[in-house]
Design a protein around this ligand. Structure first.
Ligand code: ADP
Length: 654
């Protein structure tokens, strides 16, 4: 039967700055199954270093180590983690229990890293064994030092190790607790467990079966205590070293998720401040996405087939030249020569003050030629897809330059505080007009409160009000939406001919179809979105950096916990994933709250825009995906730093 521990000619040198410390010099020692060994000696003699090498927390510089008969020099990180997890139980001077965690959960911790799932009954058994059956639900801060150390002993036992390694287990305890802890350890040995304990306390050493004395990195004596016969070792069959664990088990994932929430919850304010950037960034994106989606939907649903049949002709702005407006002659030419122009509506428009008594309202005044018959726009009918109360004016009224007007809700409210304004009198440029109809505000304008607008007959405007017969724009109606492209082509041809533009001259007018209008609108929205996405992007970047920063802080704060988890069998990848999960949970929390914020903002905007925000599954998926991505990318470096920590240095970190 091979010795359990067989260390041959092991040396370890630490280089600190200018001088080196030879912590172990050519040390050889074997430990048989069932032995109870004390490593004693003055401080700095190399006891802990030897124990850490025995426990695969550290590697020797030279020499060989056979564990249960197997050479260990070439084992990789994953194998060593598996050995620590399944074969070794560590007990430390300062207990190293997880903070704010119950005795039971502390004992369950090593089971997570076996990948075999946790077993509450087993944890209970181990706690009973150290006499703590009645303290299971107590948290680490509610236990005495001796009780904490007994929880640590139960934790060391829970995976049925081959050997218990204790580093000054009584160093932080008073005399009473010291006895209680040593008795617990001794009883484990009596049950057949191999125990190696580092101590400088002779009383402790006297309880063991073998005392190995060290000085200056060497073993200076090795004495068996005849009084304490070695426990009857179980007739140990040859043991194989466990394989490296691959992948992650669901219980481990759950534990990591739990640990992440716990870490976040225990620093509520800090976590809240950290996710602020993500919260605002995602909120901005979501509000914009929901509003613009809703806006688009309402715009398209608000547009009638009438709108889709229209083509708008406007003067083109050319640098250094006055805009060239249209003449009635050009209107007549279009009416005569464009077969696809069902109607050509000339429009004049001015921004003028409209007055009633001493109220003055800056308003847009548009013109219209009126309708053939009054009943073309009956009461409750529609003008440009908007309901009209009262009536619209007629062609006859236009011909006689009647002073009649149709005003919109926005103007009516400003002039009269009500939309009930039919038959009221208004004054435009000092001329009195009778309001014959009131229209609703334009759908697109409703969002911004509506531009006050009045419509008056074209001829009245040209001859009596504006003193201007040149037309600001023309509205051409094609027989069907599909005809608008062709109508546009014909309009361009006729207008160029009318204006005698040479082949190489640019159009001095613009002709836009409804489709093109929508396109233009989308373009504008796209540009606004770009700005908002830019701001959101910066916010997310800053948020991400905040996450990285806090994760670095978290890793530093929990350095000893990381060391402990590694000592209990966590692989580098377990630590990496734990911190990555924490970063992702933080980001996703920010993202979820951000979706709430964005949706809330969109609904707040509803009161101004009257556009119902549309929150699609795609938007939500986007927010989740995006926050996860930020968590992973900004959490990776801190998580990597955590994963790469040396277990011993991490455990020693102050
Ligand atoms: P003991 O446990 O007997 O008190 P250690 O094994 O902890 O002794 O340390 C042995 C020697 O190695 C000491 O001189 C100590 O200062 C040194 N040493 C231990 N760990 C390190 C380290 N990480 N870096 C530098 N020196 C170290």
């Amino acid at each position: 039967m091979a010795p359990l521990i067989d260390i041959r000619g092991v040396s370890k040198t630490y280089a600190t700055g200018s001088f080196t410390v030879r912590a172990l010099r050519d040390v050889s020692i074997t430990v048989e199954p069932g032995e109870f060994v004390a490593l004693v000696g003055p401080s700095g003699s190399g006891k802990s270093t030897l124990l850490h090498i025995m426990g695969f927390l550290d590697r020797p510089d030279s020499g060989e180590y056979y564990f249960a008969g197997h050479p260990t020099a070439s084992l990789g990180e994953g194998r060593l983690a598996a050995i620590r997890s399944r074969m070794i139980g560590f007990i430390f001077q300062s207990f190293h229990l997880l903070k704010r965690t119950t005795a039971r959960d502390n004992v369950l911790l090593p089971m997570i890293y076996t990948g075999l799932g946790t077993n509450g009954e087993k944890a209970m058994d181990c706690l009973s064994l150290v006499g703590l059956a009645d303290r299971v639900k107590h948290k680490s801060n509610e236990l005495s030092g001796g009780q904490c150390q007994r929880v640590a002993i139960a934790r060391a036992l829970v995976n049925d190790p081959l050997v218990i390694m204790a580093d000054e287990p009584t160093g932080n305890l008073d005399a009473g607790s010291r006895h209680e802890v040593m008795s617990a350890i001794k009883s484990l040995n009596e049950r057949g467990l191999t125990v190696v304990v580092v101590t400088h306390d002779d009383e402790v050493a006297a309880m063991t079966g073998r005392v190995v004395r060290m000085r200056d990195g060497r073993i200076v004596s090795d004495e068996r205590n005849p009084a304490a016969a070695a426990a009857a070792a179980p007739a140990a069959a040859a043991v194989d070293l466990p394989p490296a664990r691959l992948g992650f088990s669901p219980p481990e994932f759950m534990e990591q998720l739990k640990a992440a929430f716990k870490a976040i919850w225990s620093h509520k304010t800090r976590s809240a401040l950290t996710v602020l950037g993500i919260f605002i960034g995602v909120g901005a994106i979501i509000s914009l996405m929901t509003i613009s989606e809703g806006f688009m939907t309402s715009l398209l649903s608000g547009a009638s087939e009438d709108d889709a049949k229209k083509v708008w002709v406007t003067p083109r702005w050319q640098p250094g030249k006055p805009r060239r407006r249209f003449t009635m002659g050009e209107v007549e030419a279009l009416r005569a020569k464009v077969p696809l122009a069902e109607k050509v509506q000339p429009m004049l428009h001015r921004d003028l003050q409209i007055t009633v008594g001493d109220r003055r309202v800056d308003s847009t005044v548009n013109t219209h030629e009126g309708f053939e018959l009054m009943d073309q726009v009956p009461p409750g009918g529609y003008f440009q897809n908007r309901a009209v109360a009262g009536r619209f004016f007629t062609k006859a009224e236009n011909g006689s330059r009647a002073r009649v007007a149709v005003i919109n809700h926005a103007l009516a409210k400003k002039l009269f505080d009500t939309v009930e304004a039919v038959n009221a009198e208004i004054k435009i440029k000092g001329l009195a007009f009778t309001v014959v109809g009131v229209t609703e505000d334009h759908k697109a304008e409703q969002m911004f409160g509506g531009q006050p607008t009045a419509y008056i007959p074209l001829n009245t405007a040209a001859k009596r009000v504006f003193g201007e017969t040149r037309l600001g724009y023309l509205e051409v109606t094609a027989p069907a939406p599909d005809d608008t492209r062709e109508a546009r082509r014909q309009i361009i041809e006729v207008l160029r001919e009318e204006r005698g533009l040479r082949e190489d001259a640019e159009d001095d007018f613009e002709v836009r179809t409804f489709e093109a209008q929508i396109e233009m609108f989308k373009n504008t929205m796209g540009k606004i979105s770009l700005v908002v996405y830019g701001i959101a992007g910066i916010s997310l970047l800053v948020g991400g950096i905040g996450i990285m920063n806090i994760m670095l802080v978290s890793v530093t704060e929990r350095t000893r916990e990381i060391g402990l988890r590694k000592a209990l069998g966590a692989r580098n990848s377990d630590i990496l994933s734990q911190f990555l999960i924490e970063a992702v949970v933080l980001c996703v929390l920010g993202g979820v709250l951000g979706v709430g914020l964005g949706y809330g903002l969109a609904w707040a905007a509803y009161f101004f825009t009257k556009v119902q925000p549309a929150l699609g599954a795609g938007t939500i998926a986007f927010a989740f995906g995006f926050s996860t991505l930020i968590g992973v990318s900004f959490g990776f470096w801190p998580a990597m730093r955590a994963a790469m920590l040396d277990p011993i240095e991490a455990l020693r970190y102050e």
